[in-house]
Design a protein around this ligand. Structure first.
Ligand SMILES: [Zn+2]
Length: 449
């Protein structure tokens, strides 16, 4: 048979092997993966000299700041991302179900790529009662915050236990921003009273031990309720010690870190003031190294971007500046630069960390996450030999800055296919608004491997 399109001569990457192969695409899915030259296609895409990776799945995005769902999905494509999982935040006073429906409608009409949703609970005692209905809508993972009490975001242990009980009895997964929130608030208040320089002392307000404590408490409550817990954005060596302990002792925990923690340290970011303010804080070189070790050893399951570009400038007041940065477009090349080019991980591990593992944990597998026959033809053609320099000017987010400004990276996204359609071809963006489909998740199936 003649395929609609073949991607030929590339190095096709799976978590367990790399094949020199051609991929035949029939409509929206992969039809066959075969040795070079065996397949025929009406159209051909030459991937000579490039890796063909499964489309990146970003399990951690926030489309409510400078990039809305449409903008976020567009900057994501430039970074090789073909599926995003947004946090649908239900702020105090909001209905979780209304928020989920609103995100879904906005996504279906404006997203360039497929998307799923996590719920986000801020008024957890009340909103937790809406969780069973959310499952019927295809949302099966729900985040709470153990921190940010002053912003009105914090969920206390009682409410978190209730939410995990309901999530668990429906077969889903909790996600927890794990930090000892009230201790951090006290430390901040004390520094405020001292009129301290917050940029200088930022790490004191997001201590590694607070992350470790939060992780242990969240996953322990999960165990009491039989609820798997996903820990996003792990940033510290201390946090990883707890993750290792929990994993070796049979607790149901999934661990995520982000490119900003793998590529940067607070020492080098400090000069950029509020731009580098993200929560949890980007910490020390020791933490960065510990994170890579955990990635290498498989203690970290997924890498997500935590893309949350906020409107702020270097000269703004540090304490008042919001947490967050644009990350989705640089995620793959940054992980490649600091992980693959340094020899810490292989391209195969990239396929696992940035695609297959996230698909399995959220239940999108095998439709997403792997270049197998029958799966959606979502793929990234990545040139490992192209050098480029990151600058806010060559990024496609609405943010006017990037934390990786001036960094030279080796390896660049060249082409992106979403369900068989070429949506990025070099410098040409070919995606269409509204092409993205809503994906129902089935998170929390344990064990996920
Ligand atoms: Zn986040």
């Amino acid at each position: 048979m003649k395929y609609d399109c073949i991607v030929k001569n590339g190095l096709v990457v799976y978590p367990e092997r790399t094949l020199k192969a051609d991929i035949g695409i029939a409509r929206e899915t992969i039809g066959k993966v075969a040795p070079p030259g065996e397949l025929e296609g009406k159209e051909e895409i030459d991937a000579q000299g490039c890796y063909v990776l499964p489309g990146v799945i970003d399990p951690h995005t926030h489309p409510v700041y400078m990039d809305n769902i449409s903008d976020l999905s567009r900057t994501a494509v430039w970074g090789g991302v073909t599926t995003v999982i947004h946090y649908a935040y239900a702020r105090p006073g909001d209905s979780l179900i209304e928020k989920i429906e609103q995100y879904r409608e906005e996504g279906e009409s404006t997203s360039y790529i497929d998307f799923a949703l996590h719920g986000g609970l801020f008024e957890t005692m009340k909103q937790a009662d809406e969780i069973p209905e959310a499952f019927r809508l295809g949302v099966t993972s729900f985040k709470v915050f153990m921190s940010y009490a002053k912003l009105g975001w914090m969920t206390d242990d009682y409410a978190m236990t209730k939410a995990m009980d309901i999530i668990s009895s429906n077969g889903g997964m909790a996600a927890v921003h794990a930090e000892t929130g009230l201790a951090i608030d006290y430390i901040q208040d004390k520094l405020l009273a001292e009129k301290a320089d917050f940029a200088e002392r930022f790490l004191e307000t997001s201590p590694d031990v607070a992350e470790a404590e939060g992780i242990f408490r969240a996953v322990s409550i999960g165990k009491l309720m039989g609820c798997p817990v996903y820990i996003p954005h792990i940033s510290s060596s201390e946090g990883l010690k707890v993750i290792r302990f929990l994993k070796t002792n049979g607790f149901k925990v999934y661990a995520e870190t982000c490119p900003q923690y793998l590529g940067l340290t607070w020492d080098e970011l400090k000069a950029r003031g509020p731009l580098g303010k993200v929560g949890p804080a980007i910490k020390t070189e020791n933490d960065r190294k510990a994170l890579w070790k955990a990635v290498e050893e498989g203690v970290i399951d997924t890498i997500g971007s935590d893309h949350a570009p906020k409107d702020k400038k270097e000269k703004d007041d540090f304490f008042d500046a919001p947490y967050g940065s644009p990350e989705v477009e640089t995620m793959l090349p940054v992980v490649w630069q600091y992980g693959v080019n340094t020899g810490i991980i292989t391209p195969n591990r990239v396929a696992a960390l940035l695609s297959e593992n996230s698909a399995k944990i959220t239940g999108l597998f095998p439709q997403k996450g792997r270049l197998d026959p029958g799966s959606d033809a979502d793929m990234v053609i990545f040139d490992p030999a192209e050098k480029w320099i990151v600058s806010a000017r060559n990024q496609h987010t609405n943010a006017t800055y990037t934390l990786f400004e001036g960094k030279e990276l080796l390896g660049r996204v060249k082409r992106v296919l979403s369900r068989g359609k070429l949506i990025l071809d070099g410098d040409n963006f070919l995606g269409e608004k509204g092409d993205g489909r809503f994906l129902k998740s089935k998170a929390g199936k344990w064990p996920w491997r």
